[in-house]
Design a binder for this molecule. Structure first.
Ligand SMILES: [Ca+2]
Ligand SMILES: [Ca+2]
Ligand SMILES: [Ca+2]
Ligand SMILES: [Ca+2]
Length: 385
């Protein structure tokens, strides 16, 4: 348990790392942390607890509707009412409670999934509206939990709105376990405004962030999976053969059942802008054991539209082969979002699936992936853009 030099030497407080400037991100409250890749922790803490939640880091992002907090711990532990989040929405100690004695004026108390007001004299001044967080996950013991707190929350406290300044305003956040007082914060966070679409990119994922075996698991997530798949970094280089070029290798174990699918995905907190994409390509390294297997690709946009391709044959040789999935406008709607059609300027997830074909022959085989990328409509020469 580290202490800031400015704190009382006797105070059992954790290290606080203050950071201004928030991140406007498309976070899925699903317990997977791939969507937090590239977002620096707001605060960190040492491994220093023998009971309760041993806090490691907190990460914070927001969109127009919610404040998202990822709580990472060294130990795997279930999210409970002992887990307290204090939000100082007006960033002043003149209002709100001094939660964990961190010199915060916390106006909104989140205790597990429940939300309450706080005043200078009341730890709990009554239920907030709504009385529960928008979402948290997972329920089970885990080393990461994601929580979504509605920005329109109202409180019966010294102030009536939990986030009175809205987007662009600076708040203060503290996270701690009330059973052991392992605490991160209080730290400043400025609620980010929507920056609009990201700059155009032709590369959805060059797979170079998967630079270790463990990184692949933590920077991707399983989708709807009928069958098993273990992901690691490919032990060879990626499709280019250059050093520093990495690729994903999946070891698939498929039963002898027709159409069974194993699926992987990656969620982007900051959406990818592939406006004008007329074709999507993926480099795939196959396996002679994958003779009976097919591959498909899916993309999901920020409003929830999910479109996927029909199946293509998995290459059956272990050399890099480019698989073409065609124009995403011609793909098939799997889930309709709030706005019709796939918004190519705001892609938040890719999914790759392997499925048995109709003859129901499974087996164990390796398939590697690299360079999920686009070709612009009407452009056939990659060097043109
Ligand atoms: Ca997530
Ligand atoms: Ca700790
Ligand atoms: Ca306050
Ligand atoms: Ca690569």
């Amino acid at each position: 348990m580290k202490t800031r030099v400015t704190l009382l030497a006797t105070a059992a407080l954790a290290l606080a790392v203050s950071a201004f400037g928030g991140t406007f991100a498309s976070i899925a409250v699903d317990g997977y942390t791939d969507d937090w890749y590239g977002i620096a922790p707001l605060g960190v803490d040492a491994a220093d607890q023998s009971s309760g939640r041993d806090l490691k880091a907190i990460y914070v992002a927001n969109d127009a509707n919610n404040l998202y907090i990822r709580i990472e711990s060294y130990n795997s532990i279930a999210f409970s009412g002992n887990d307290l989040i204090g939000i100082d929405g007006d960033n002043t100690t003149a209002t709100g409670f001094n939660l964990f004695a961190t010199d915060i004026g916390s106006d909104l108390l989140v205790a597990g999934a429940s939300m309450y007001g706080q005043t200078t004299t009341n730890f709990n001044s009554g239920s907030a509206t709504p009385s529960s967080v928008a979402a948290f996950y997972p329920w089970q013991a885990a080393t990461n939990v994601e929580v979504a707190i509605p920005l329109n929350t109202q409180i019966p406290g010294d102030i009536s709105q939990a986030f009175p300044g809205g987007l662009g305003s600076t708040i203060k956040i503290v996270v701690g376990d009330s059973s052991n007082w392992d605490v991160i914060g209080a730290a400043d966070y400025t609620l980010a405004t929507n920056p609009g679409p990201s700059p155009f990119t032709a590369v959805i994922d060059n797979c170079n962030i998967y630079d270790s075996a463990s990184n692949v698991a933590e920077r991707t997530h399983p989708g709807t999976v009928d069958a098993g798949c273990t992901l690691v970094r490919d032990s060879d280089t990626g499709a280019s053969g250059s050093s520093g070029d990495y690729a994903i290798k999946g070891t698939f174990t498929m039963p002898n059942t027709a159409w069974v699918t194993a699926q992987i995905g990656r969620r982007f907190g900051i959406p990818v802008n592939i406006s004008g994409a007329g074709n999507i390509l993926v480099d795939v390294k196959g396996d002679s054991g994958a003779t009976h297997q097919q591959i498909w690709l899916g993309l999901i946009d920020a409003d929830g539209t999910y479109m996927a391709t029909t199946d293509q044959a998995v290459p059956t040789s272990s050399v890099w082969t480019t698989v073409s999935f065609g124009d995403p406008a011609s793909w098939y709607v799997q889930t309709a979002g709030s706005t019709p059609g796939l918004d190519l300027a705001n892609i938040v997830e890719w999914r790759l699936g392997i499925s048995n074909n109709g003859d129901g022959v499974g087996g164990t085989f390796n398939v590697s992936f690299d360079n999920i990328r686009i070709q612009k409509a009407g452009v056939t020469d990659w060097s043109l853009y």
